[in-house]
Write a protein of this length. Structure first.
Lengths: 434, 441
C-alpha cells in the first residue's frame, strides 16, 4: 500500500520491479513528486464523478483494464443517477466495487467530496460544462484524471483546462482523455504514413459525420416532469443544452475533428461555419443545432471541410479524407486506405481502444511515467467550439482570437436548482460574437 | 496520370467558342448560320425583353450599349404591367448604376417599343416572340426559363438567358433538348453566367486547363453574403397567392430554385468549368435559420464529387450580418488558383497574376451580338444547364438529407415544381423542407 505523502524517490529495487511489471516501457520521471508512483501492481483506487451512461461504461472498462483496480467513491448531482449507476456497476464488477454509502455523494459539491476520499484516479464523466472546474479540483487534490471528451464548452473553459494540464505536468499527474480514436491501431499506423510523407504535401481534406438524430436519448426526460426546476430539466437534457454539452459538434464530433488535427499535426488557424436546426426544433432539444458545416483552414492554407449532422432518415456517413500531392487517404472507423504513389491498406486488427486507454493510464501511474493528453484534447475541443461559434454567429473566426481574446463563458449566474431561462437558439448575423 | 486529359478533350470545343467570343475581333467562322440573322433589309438587331425586372432592365442596357446603336429594343413582356412600365421608364430616362450595371443616360434613341409591342400576362412571351424580334433577353424568374427558351428557339430567335435556367430536373431536361435544337438551327445562346466572359476568369482557367496547377485535387466555391431584396411584409388583401408569389419570386422555391440555384450557380459553374465536367454525385445539408417569409432556405453546404473522386465544397449563405465570401479556389499537385469577382491568380510552380477585366455584364452581350453578326453560333445552353442541374441536385440532397447521384437526378427524378395552372388564383405555399421528412422525388 503506497503512502499518501511520500516525497521520496522510489528506490532502485522498486523501480526495477515497476519497470518489469508495467506494460509500457517509457522512461520513468525524474524524482520529486508524491504519491503518483505506484508499484507495478499497487492498488489503484478510482473515484467516479458523473454517474451517467458514459460514467458507468468508462468505470467498467477502467476496472477491467488491469488487475487490482477498484471503485472507491462515486459522485453525481442526482440521487437517481447515482443509484442506478451503482447498481449497474455492482452487477458488472462485483467485488471491484468498494463504494459504501459513506463514499457516495450527490449534490453540487459531490465532486469535491469524491476528491476528498482516498482515491488515486478519478474518472470525469459529468456533462462537459463542468469538466474544467472538476479537472482543476482534481489536479489540485493531487489525483490522476481520466476525463471524457470534450474538455470544455467555451474558450474560458478551454484555457482553464490548458492551465490545469500544465499544473498536472508539474505535479506529475497523468491525464488521459476519452478521444479514444487516438488508440485505434489502424489510425496509428496510417497517420505515421502521412507524417512520413507518403501522400506528399497535404492540400485538402474532408471530415463528415451524419447520422442518428438522438431523438430517443434520455426518453424519460423529454417531457418535463412537474417539480423539475429549469435547472434540473436542463441538466437532465444536458446533451441538447449548449451551455452543458457544447452542442454536438463539440460533444460528439470532437472525435472526428480531433482526427483531422492528428492528420494535419496541427490545429486550425481559422474557420468559417454555418449551420442551424432544421429538424430538432422543440424545446426538449434546448438550443442545440442539428447540422453544421465548417471549413477549417490549417497552416499553409490547407482547407479541411467538415460537415456534421444529427438527423434521422437521411443518408448516414462517417468518414474522412486527406488529400495530398502524391496520394489520398480514406479513413473511417475500421479502415485506413492510401491511394497514390505509396498505396497502403491497414489489414491488421484494430482492437477496441476503450480498454486500452485505461490500461495505458494505469500502467503509467504504476510506472511513474509521463502521460498527459490535456493540452491536446483542449485544442481539439477549441477546434470544435470555434466552429460552433462561427456557425452560431455567422462570423469567420481566427484560432488566436478564440484562444486568447474570446470572453465566451457559458456558466449560469449560479449553480442551484431554480429558474434558468433557456438560452435562445443562436441566430447567425444577430447572435453577438463574444 | 492525367485524369483530366479526357475531360479537357470533351471541353475543347466549348473553350474555343468562349475564346473566340472574348477576343475583340476574330476572323470568322467555320460554322455558317442557317437561319436569318437580322430583320430583312436592315442592320438593326431587334431585341425583345422578356422579364422587365431589375436584372432584365440591366441586361437591356448592356445589350443596347455594348456594341453600337444598331441594337434596338423592339418589344417588352412581363407578367405585370407596372414592372414593364417601370422598366421602360428607367430605360428611357436613364438611371444610376448598381452591382450589375453602370450609370446610364436615356436610351430612348435605341428604343422602339410602341404600346402594341408591350405585352403583359402569362402568355406575353408568346406575343413578343411573334412581334418581329431577332433576339430575346430572358430575365423572368427562373421557373419560366425552360418554357420561354423552348418557345424562343422554336421561333428561331437568338437568346440571352439569365441564370439559372431551371428550378428542377424537368426544366433542366427541357433546356438541354432546346439547346440541341438551337445548335442545329445555328442560333446563338448566351447565359448570364457572366464569369465565363470575364477576362481574368478566362485566363486563370485556361492556365488550369493547360496544367498550371497540375492535377486538380480539390476545390471550393462560396457565395456567402447578405442576400437580395426582402419579402414585402404580409400578402395584402385582394392579391392572389399567385400574384403575391410571382412578385416576390425569390422567396418561393418553385419560382426561384432557392438561393443555391439562383445565385450560387455562378460559383458552381466555375467548378464545372475548371474541372471540365459536371459532378457525379453529391451530399448536402442546410436549412433556414434566420429567414422569415416564403419557403426558401438561407444556407447550404454541399459536397460534390467530380470524376476521379475529386471532392468539391460548395458553401452558400444569404443572411445579413455574417462574414462574406464570394470566390472559388482550385487546388492541384503543383499549386492552387484563387478567383473572385475582382481578381484571379495562381500560386505554386506556375505562378500567375490575372489581368483586370472589362465589365462582364457588358461583355456577355457583346459576345452574343458579335457571334450573331459574324455568323459563329455561340451556344452555352448545355453548359449552363449542367451548372444549374448541379446546383439543383445539391439543393435536393440538402432538402431531403439524401446523397444523390447525377445520373439518377437526370434520368429518374420526377421533380417538377410547376403549379397546376398559370393563373392568378390560389396557390398554397409548399412547406419549408425538412431533411429526413421531405420526400425525394
Amino acid at each position: 500500500m503506497k503512502t499518501k505523502t511520500s516525497e521520496q524517490t522510489p528506490d532502485l529495487s522498486r523501480r526495477d520491479f515497476v519497470k518489469a511489471s508495467a506494460a509500457l516501457g517509457a522512461a520513468t520521471w525524474a524524482s520529486g513528486a508524491s504519491r503518483m508512483f505506484a508499484a507495478g501492481s499497487d492498488k489503484i483506487r478510482v473515484g467516479l464523478i458523473g454517474c451517467g451512461g458514459r460514467g458507468t461504461y468508462d468505470t467498467t472498462n477502467c476496472l477491467n483494464a488491469a488487475q487490482n483496480v477498484e471503485l472507491a467513491a462515486m459522485g453525481d448531482l442526482f440521487d437517481d443517477r447515482l443509484d442506478r449507476c451503482r447498481k449497474q456497476l455492482a452487477k458488472e464488477l462485483g467485488q471491484k466495487v468498494k463504494v459504501t454509502d459513506e463514499t457516495c455523494f450527490t449534490g453540487w459539491d459531490a465532486h469535491k467530496k469524491v476528491l476528498a476520499c482516498d482515491v488515486d484516479l478519478v474518472i470525469l464523466t459529468e456533462p462537459p460544462h463542468f469538466r474544467p472546474a472538476h479537472l482543476r479540483a482534481a489536479v489540485e487534490a493531487g489525483k490522476h484524471v481520466f476525463m471524457e471528451k470534450p474538455a470544455a464548452v467555451d474558450p474560458v473553459g478551454v484555457r482553464s483546462v490548458i492551465e490545469s494540464s500544465q499544473m498536472a505536468e508539474q505535479k506529475k499527474l497523468t491525464i488521459v482523455a476519452g478521444t479514444q480514436s487516438r488508440r485505434l491501431a489502424h489510425l496509428i499506423e496510417g497517420m505515421k504514413r502521412i507524417r512520413n510523407g507518403d501522400i506528399g504535401q497535404i492540400v485538402g481534406g474532408l471530415c463528415v459525420r451524419i447520422g442518428d438524430g438522438m431523438l430517443t436519448w434520455s426518453q424519460e426526460t423529454k417531457v418535463r416532469q412537474p417539480g423539475w426546476s429549469d435547472m434540473e430539466w436542463q441538466l437532465r437534457r444536458w446533451l441538447f443544452m449548449t451551455w452543458l454539452s457544447g452542442d454536438f459538434i463539440t460533444e460528439m464530433h470532437i472525435h472526428n475533428l480531433d482526427k483531422m488535427n492528428w492528420a494535419m499535426d496541427a490545429h486550425p488557424v481559422q474557420c468559417v461555419g454555418l449551420g442551424g436546426r432544421q429538424v430538432r426544433t422543440g424545446p426538449e432539444y434546448g438550443d442545440a443545432y442539428d447540422h453544421f458545416a465548417v471549413e477549417y483552414e490549417y497552416p499553409d492554407g490547407v482547407r479541411i471541410e467538415y460537415m456534421g449532422a444529427q438527423m434521422d432518415k437521411v443518408t448516414t456517413r462517417q468518414d474522412a479524407q486527406v488529400v495530398g500531392t502524391k496520394g489520398r487517404v480514406y479513413m473511417d472507423s475500421g479502415n485506413f486506405v492510401i491511394e497514390g504513389d505509396k498505396p497502403f491498406k491497414y489489414d491488421g486488427p484494430s482492437p477496441s481502444p476503450v480498454i486500452q486507454q485505461h490500461a495505458d493510464q494505469i500502467a503509467a501511474i504504476r510506472g511513474g511515467e509521463r502521460l498527459n493528453e490535456g493540452k491536446r484534447v483542449a485544442e481539439s475541443t477549441l477546434t470544435c467550439i470555434m466552429g460552433r461559434m462561427s456557425a452560431y454567429t455567422g462570423r469567420a473566426m481566427k484560432w488566436d482570437w478564440a484562444m486568447n481574446a474570446s470572453k465566451l463563458d457559458l456558466s449560469p449566474s449560479k449553480y442551484e436548482f431554480g429558474d434558468l431561462p433557456p438560452r435562445p437558439v443562436a441566430m447567425p448575423g444577430q447572435t453577438p460574437l463574444i | 496520370m492525367d485524369k483530366h486529359k479526357e475531360q479537357r478533350g470533351r471541353d475543347f470545343s466549348r473553350r474555343d467558342f468562349v475564346k473566340a467570343a472574348a477576343v475583340a475581333s476574330f476572323a470568322g467562322a467555320s460554322a455558317r448560320l442557317t437561319s436569318k440573322l437580322y430583320a430583312a433589309g436592315s442592320d438593326v438587331l431587334k431585341v425583345g425583353l422578356i422579364g422587365c425586372g431589375g436584372r432584365g432592365t440591366g441586361a437591356a442596357t448592356q445589350a443596347l450599349m455594348g456594341v453600337d446603336k444598331s441594337v434596338r429594343l423592339w418589344a417588352m413582356a412581363d407578367l405585370f404591367r407596372n414592372q414593364l412600365d417601370a422598366s421602360y421608364d428607367m430605360l428611357s430616362k436613364g438611371a444610376k448604376g448598381r452591382y450589375d450595371r453602370v450609370d446610364f443616360d436615356s436610351l430612348a434613341d435605341q428604343m422602339d417599343v410602341p404600346e402594341q409591342r408591350r405585352f403583359v400576362g402569362f402568355d406575353a412571351y408568346q406575343k413578343l416572340l411573334a412581334s418581329g424580334v431577332d433576339t430575346v433577353i430572358l430575365a423572368t424568374p427562373p421557373h419560366f426559363r425552360p418554357e420561354h427558351f423552348e418557345a424562343a428557339v422554336k421561333a428561331g430567335k437568338h437568346v440571352f438567358m439569365e441564370k439559372p435556367v431551371a428550378v428542377d430536373p424537368a426544366g433542366v431536361k427541357r433546356i438541354i433538348a432546346t439547346a440541341q435544337v438551337a445548335k442545329q438551327k445555328g442560333l446563338s445562346v448566351v447565359a448570364g453566367t457572366q464569369r465565363r466572359h470575364q477576362l481574368h476568369y478566362i485566363e486563370v482557367i485556361k492556365r488550369i486547363h493547360d496544367g498550371a496547377i497540375g492535377e486538380i485535387l480539390a476545390a471550393q466555391c462560396y457565395w456567402n453574403n447578405g442576400g437580395p431584396w426582402c419579402l414585402t411584409a404580409e400578402k395584402p388583401a385582394g392579391v392572389s397567392d399567385m400574384e403575391w408569389q410571382c412578385r416576390n419570386w425569390y422567396w418561393f422555391c418553385w419560382l426561384c430554385g432557392d438561393h443555391i440555384v439562383e445565385q450560387h450557380v455562378h460559383n458552381i459553374d466555375i467548378m464545372n468549368w475548371a474541372l471540365g465536367s459536371h459532378p457525379v454525385q453529391c451530399m448536402g445539408m442546410g436549412g433556414r435559420q434566420a429567414r422569415v417569409g416564403g419557403n426558401i432556405w438561407d444556407h447550404f453546404a454541399i459536397e460534390f464529387e467530380y470524376p476521379g473522386g475529386v471532392r468539391v465544397l460548395s458553401m452558400c449563405r444569404q443572411i445579413p450580418g455574417c462574414s462574406d465570401r464570394v470566390s472559388e479556389r482550385i487546388v492541384g499537385t503543383k499549386g492552387f488558383a484563387y478567383i473572385d469577382g475582382a481578381t484571379g491568380f495562381i500560386k505554386g510552380e506556375n505562378a500567375y497574376e490575372g489581368p483586370a477585366s472589362p465589365n462582364p455584364y457588358v461583355q456577355e452581350h457583346v459576345d452574343l451580338i458579335r457571334s450573331i453578326r459574324q455568323g459563329v453560333a455561340l451556344n452555352e445552353g448545355i453548359q449552363v444547364a449542367e451548372s444549374t442541374m448541379a446546383a439543383i441536385i445539391g439543393r435536393m440532397s440538402a432538402y431531403t438529407g439524401r446523397a444523390l447521384k447525377w445520373d439518377w437526378a437526370m434520368n429518374a427524378s420526377k421533380l417538377d415544381l410547376s403549379p397546376a395552372k398559370y393563373a392568378f388564383g390560389d396557390l398554397p405555399v409548399a412547406p419549408v423542407p425538412i431533411p429526413g421528412k421531405t420526400p425525394l422525388i
